[in-house]
Design a protein around this ligand. Structure first.
Ligand SMILES: Nc1nc2c(ncn2[C@@H]2O[C@H](COP(=O)(O)OP(=O)(O)O)[C@@H](O)[C@H]2O)c(=O)[nH]1
Ligand SMILES: Nc1ncnc2c1ncn2[C@@H]1O[C@H](COP(=O)(O)OP(=O)(O)O)[C@@H](O)[C@H]1O
Length: 223
């Protein structure tokens, strides 16, 4: 029996993808697994190098925590932070199902990041930009495509400034990318659903309603 369908979450930087993702993974512990991407950008305060499932054996080896407890320790914004050389080496070795340049840095989803999650029969969640969406459509991953959009460019800019993670230069690059993303997300057939993240509660309920069928499949299989 094939496992649950993966989920691709996409949308402008600052739209609320990580906020929604963290909430989903907390409410449904042991149902989702995050596909830990590789990136050349520097870690933000509080971000640690890939605590993803790749290290699950070590974590379990060191402790006797049930798998569900260990899985829930995977946060939704970790990355494998690597140099450009390391990233290029992985690309040359065909280790990525897709990779892209975004706001001056490289990002990519390795095949092993997805396999690690699917081996646990969990819903694999990927957080990628619009280029990643287009490239994943050329593969046989067959995920549910969800776009998270801000209510407006003005609100997006305010949220990014309030988050205090960007230099003025990276902020402007991200806003420019957001204008393109917001246009492309309107194209029919690209996303299964586009959620405007205005009121967070409403956006979260909409996200859950799209995924509840896959969530219940995993919960039933775990009984
Ligand atoms: N194509 C692709 N995009 C990614 C990947 N990982 C993250 N991204 C995207 O890169 C952009 C920047 O991510 P990040 O630097 O974490 O900023 P944030 O989205 O504002 O938190 C976001 O749009 C992510 O969706 C990946 O593996 N592949
Ligand atoms: N619905 C919302 N209303 C107000 N602020 C929000 C909302 N959703 C997210 N935020 C805030 O906006 C900023 C960007 O959210 P984040 O989840 O980091 O976006 P992304 O992962 O898409 O870059 C964060 O500071 C977050 O707390």
């Amino acid at each position: 029996m094939s496992g649950p369908r993966p989920v691709v979450l996409s949308g402008p930087s600052g739209a609320g993808k990580s906020t929604l993702l963290k909430r989903l993974m907390k409410e449904y512990e042991g149902v989702f697994g995050f596909s830990v991407s590789h990136t050349t950008r520097n870690p933000r305060p509080g971000e640690e190098d890939g605590k993803g499932l790749n290290c699950l054996p070590m974590l379990l080896g060191a402790t006797l925590l049930p798998v569900a407890d260990v899985l829930s320790s995977v946060t939704s914004e970790d990355y494998h932070f690597v140099t450009k050389e390391k990233m290029q080496e992985g690309i040359d070795k065909d280790e990525f199902i897709e990779n892209a340049e975004f706001s001056g840095n490289m990002y990519g989803t390795s095949k092993s990041s997805i396999e690690d999650v699917q081996a646990q029969n969990l819903i694999c969640i990927l957080d990628v930009d619009i280029q990643g969406v287009r490239n994943i459509k050329k593969t046989d991953l067959n995920p549910i495509y969800i776009s998270i959009q801000p209510p407006s460019m003005e609100i997006l800019e305010k949220r990014l400034r309030d988050r205090q993670t960007e230099t003025e230069d990276s902020l402007q690059k991200r806003l420019e990318a957001a204008r393109i993303d917001m246009e492309l997300s309107k194209e029919p057939g690209v996303f299964d659903i586009v959620i405007v993240n205005d009121d967070l509660e409403e956006a979260y309920e909409k996200l859950k309603s799209v995924l509840i069928e896959e969530i219940e499949k995993v919960q039933d299989a775990q009984k």
